[in-house]
Design a protein around this ligand. Structure first.
Ligand code: NAP
Length: 302
């Protein structure tokens, strides 16, 4: 039998958890779905230092607190691998279930972008990792390379210095990350920085990463850097596979919403990193989730 909820939220990161908290407190029957551990990108983040009112703490701890609160007012949390969301608000899961909702919030976030260079795909889990928090400890006293100059690359590089010697490779001669993180990186003697180089190939020996080929963007000269681990942090892509047919995304794949977080399809909302916006932070994700849930409550109360 097809199940029915006032609200189905897809994705249990900060946006989804906050929407779940607001909707269930307001009395909406709420189902929170995720196809992985709850917490979204928070559980892959070493420390969060910019969530107001919460002194610096581990991403996992903050995620667990958000998740507990999200389900403490009656919202149901389930594993769910969502294949498709339809215009008439049916959520189709990979196990064949179809769940009907009065409203849906897509809070699926983003996934790490690949480098798309030879040697990357086959070495994922063999030295190539997209999660310093998960895999950093495997590289104790080893040399690792972080690719990228954004907040993620620099924050995770700082975390990796607990275990490894880190070389950060950036393609320009300036970082994209916030100044305060740059300063910490530049003053850390376990971090070396190589500017104006791009990764060309990941090398391996005996089934494990052994190095990376870098190309100088000006001279096109190449060099091999020996290392055991490679952490690409070169940006994110939105996770919107389940809504591809709805035509609600911009050219880069981010969901277009109005001020209420509603898409052009009535009753279908999006919140958090997956939407088109300038500032992707935990605090903006929770903000989006609250706005979406509150608007849904008002619409369904009419
Ligand atoms: P990002 O800010 O887009 O940075 C991506 C980095 O990768 C840039 O330095 C970029 O270089 C580089 N890059 C992209 N493609 C590359 C390629 N093919 N080869 C080599 N380098 C490449 O991505 P992010 O760090 O994942 O952050 C995503 C969003 O989350 C941002 O809005 C960020 O501010 C936010 N965030 C915030 C925090 C925080 O506030 N604590 C923490 C993490 C993330 P160029 O600079 O040359 O383009």
């Amino acid at each position: 039998m097809e199940r029915h909820f006032n609200l189905v939220i897809i994705g249990a990161g900060p946006a989804g958890c906050t929407a779940s908290l607001y909707a269930s407190r307001a009395g909406l029957s709420t189902l929170l779905l995720d196809n992985g551990a709850p917490g979204g990108k928070l559980i892959k983040t070493f420390e969060i230092a910019n969530y107001p009112g919460v002194p610096t703490q581990s991403g996992v701890d903050l995620a667990m607190k958000m998740f507990e609160q999200a389900t403490s007012f009656g919202a149901l949390y389930e594993y769910g691998d969502v294949m498709e969301v339809t215009e008439d608000k049916v959520v189709k899961l990979s196990d064949g279930q179809e769940i009907k909702a009065d409203a849906i919030i897509l809070a699926t976030g983003t996934k790490e972008r690949l480098l798309h260079i030879p040697g990357e795909q086959e070495n994922i889990g063999r030295g190539v990792s997209f999660c310093a928090v998960c895999d950093g400890a495997f590289f104790k006293d080893k040399d690792v390379v972080v690719i990228g100059g954004g907040n993620s690359a620099l924050e995770e590089s700082l975390y990796l210095t607990k275990f490894a010697n880190v070389t950060i490779v950036i393609r320009r001669d300036v970082f994209r990350a916030e100044k305060s993180i740059q300063e910490q990186v530049e003053s850390n003697d376990k971090i070396k920085i190589i500017k104006k180089h791009i990764p060309k190939e990941i090398l391996s020996e005996n089934g494990k990463v052994s190095g990376i080929v870098l190309e100088n963007v000006d001279t096109k000269e190449t060099q091999i850097l020996s290392c055991s681990g490679i952490f690409p942090y070169v940006g994110q892509d939105p996770m919107t596979q389940s809504i591809q047919k709805l035509g609600i995304c911009d050219q880069r794949g981010y969901v277009i919403v109005d001020n209420n977080m509603e898409t052009k399809i009535k009753g279908i909302y999006a919140a958090g990193d997956v939407i088109q916006k300038d500032l992707r932070q935990v605090v903006t994700a929770t903000n989006d989730g609250a706005i979406a849930a509150q608007h849904i409550f008002h619409e369904l109360s009419k």
